[in-house]
Design a binder for this molecule. Sequence first.
Ligand SMILES: [Zn+2]
Ligand SMILES: [Zn+2]
Length: 153
Amino acid sequence: MADLRNCRRCGRLFNYIGGNAICSTCKDEDEVDFQKVKKYLYDNPGASISEVASSLNISIEKIRKFLKEERLEIIGDEGLPVLECEKCQKPINTGRFCDACSRDLATGFSTVARDIEREHINSRNSGENDSIRLRYLSKNLDIPNKHKKGFRK
Ligand SMILES: [Zn+2]
Ligand SMILES: [Zn+2]
């Protein structure tokens, strides 16, 4: 039986197959945006979140989503944390949980975590992100190795 739902983003009805309640059109859009962010960060290493967001006309919320998906990470430790561990609220640089909580979760709280995320995703305000720097996170991208600690001007 098809599980039809309204896309959380555009409201269109679509065939829900699990994960975020977002239709494939919106998912594709995210992918296009992610490629833009990736390219921008490649050309402008160490760009701040707000810089990336305004240059590319992408919402800070969406960039945060990429962070949560561990496709981007924050480098440096200046400024306010953009992400918090969803369990203990400790500031983190990428993903959704701190190391300790990830370990806990690996032992079996992942269903709960998914529900938390659903409420969490729209509950944050944007703002003072000027000093938070981003780095494109990829295990297989060919990044020059001399800057091992990440990009920074
Ligand atoms: Zn949609
Ligand atoms: Zn934690």
